[in-house]
Design a protein around this ligand. Sequence first.
Ligand code: NAP
Length: 304
Amino acid sequence: MSIKMDGKLVAHQIKSTVKEYIERNNAHLDLTIVQVGNNSASNTYIKNKVKACEEVGIQSTVLRYENIDEYDRCVDIPDTLKHITGTGAMLQLPLPKGWDENYFVNLIPSRQDADCLTEASLGKFYSSSNPYIAPCTAQGIIDLLDFYNIDIEGKRALVIGRSNIVGRPIAHLLETRNATVTLAHSKTRRSDLLRLFAISDIVITAVGKPDFITEEDAYQYNKDYRHDFYSYFETKSNRVIIDVGINRDENGKLCGDLSEDFKAKYSEYYSPVPGGVGPLTVANLLYNTVKLHHQEHKNDQDNV
Ligand code: NAP
């Protein structure tokens, strides 16, 4: 029987650590969230972040820019991001069409970069074999694997998707934990992708397409490669599948990149959507805020 991993439970533990840190140190932490435009998914994500801040005792401020004009884009918003005050800050993505996200994200001072997405923060992240701070979703995946005592060292890991917020950083974290990592993307040959899936111990999907690999794919693959026992698409394998995708199916229901049935069939452990990686992304935003606070006040606070 496959085990459904409980992201909410792990997120709850991380939030408790954050809360304890704040109470123990009698610390004041605040997080500023900058939103540009009125994307409905972003509104939901921000609502969840604000709620999570309230739960642990971090003060949150949302700076919302709606009906933006050229002055806002060229002067006001850059100025806000550059001179942000407080413990941590983040810019909610996506920005409106045509905006250079990289430029705006990089205006946030790295000492306040709670998402760990600026070039300065990522430079430290990628040059370290034991990063102090990591992009939230990638760290959340590691937390989930650790909670379920899943060995990473020496394992074959396949990461599908190479975005800066998920695919690349999780590939780096897995590699720092001594996994053998393959990073697949839209130009990866489909036959290679399925073969890699079949032979991997840990599969992370961060694609953004529902039913990205299906039962039919597995069936067809096994038929085509029936003489290759090494890479047979086994059902009862001890594979771990972490599904990062957040999509809507044809009925408007939240779903991951893989169906829940598919994950349960081809893994020993799998993360559901919703209730898998999502809550951990938010929890790690709070935890990163604690880390930023700790870094700033190293001499007068205890350990994180
Ligand atoms: P993204 O920037 O759009 O990246 C998608 C990646 O998938 C790209 O690297 C792309 O390859 C790859 N890809 C697309 N089609 C493919 C194919 N046919 N075969 C193999 N690879 C393919 O997306 P993202 O920001 O990383 O997000 C990915 C998903 O995770 C989305 O559903 C998003 O909503 C979700 N997400 C969830 C959380 C969470 O907390 N749970 C956090 C962040 C994101 P190329 O690079 O070649 O284009």
